[in-house]
Design a protein. Structure first.
Length: 212
């Protein structure tokens, strides 16, 4: 199930998956910044109705916000980043837990960042949200261990040639930065049976980037 706020991009990805001969994907439009309780509940109901269970949940949406000293950080931007990066991930996980618990081998993966494992000046709300995701992952992993087949981990993909990366490092040579599609192996390993029994961990797809 492909979840996002941009219908055109979701449909393009859906077509790409179909062209590759993979099982048909579903599309769920959900704007994490604007969604209300009813939207999350409808998504959870759709998962239960169509699939009966959920084997994996990958949280990969996020906002950078601004790179600014805490002293001058814009409060509305702070709240927006914390909501999308943390609160929305918490709510989405919560409503989908019943479906995850029905799986014999389920995995939840939160996308982490090096600035969420060791604080770095000027990364503000983004860094704080990533620190909080590490805590959410650890708490949830302990709560589910031994009473379900759901494991919970975080994965820092490292440098990737994305719009967010360009926003953070506008002067960087993008050709020296890995394409996102080259970093999927670690996600697949954590989502699939290769990581069965591994929970509460914090992993890196590449050596941590000391700049963020």
């Amino acid at each position: 199930m492909l979840i996002g706020r941009d219908a055109a991009r979701l449909e393009a990805l859906h077509a790409e998956i179909a062209a590759a001969g993979s099982p048909e994907a579903s599309i769920a439009l959900l704007d994490l910044e604007k969604a209300i309780a009813r939207d999350y509940d409808q998504l959870a109901d759709a998962v239960q109705e169509r699939y009966g269970r959920l084997d994996g949940l990958l949280h990969n949406a996020g906002l950078l916000g601004t790179l600014s000293p805490i002293e001058h950080y814009d409060v509305p931007t702070w709240c927006r980043v914390l909501h999308v990066n943390l609160t929305a991930a918490f709510v989405l996980t919560q409503v989908l837990l019943p479906a995850l618990k029905k799986s014999e081998d389920a995995s939840v993966v939160f996308t982490a960042s090096s600035v969420g494992r060791r604080g770095r000046a000027y990364w503000g709300a983004y860094a704080v949200s990533k620190f909080a995701l590490e805590g959410l992952s650890q708490v949830l992993a302990q709560e589910l261990e031994g009473i379900s087949h759901v494991r919970v981990n975080t994965l820092n993909p490292g440098r990737a040639r994305t719009a967010m990366r360009r926003q953070a490092y506008p002067a960087e040579d993008a050709n020296q930065v890995p394409l996102p599609e080259t970093l999927t192996a670690a996600y697949i390993a954590l989502l699939g049976p290769a990581s069965r029994g591994v929970t509460g961990g914090a992993f890196d797809a590449q050596p941590p980037d000391r700049r963020g």
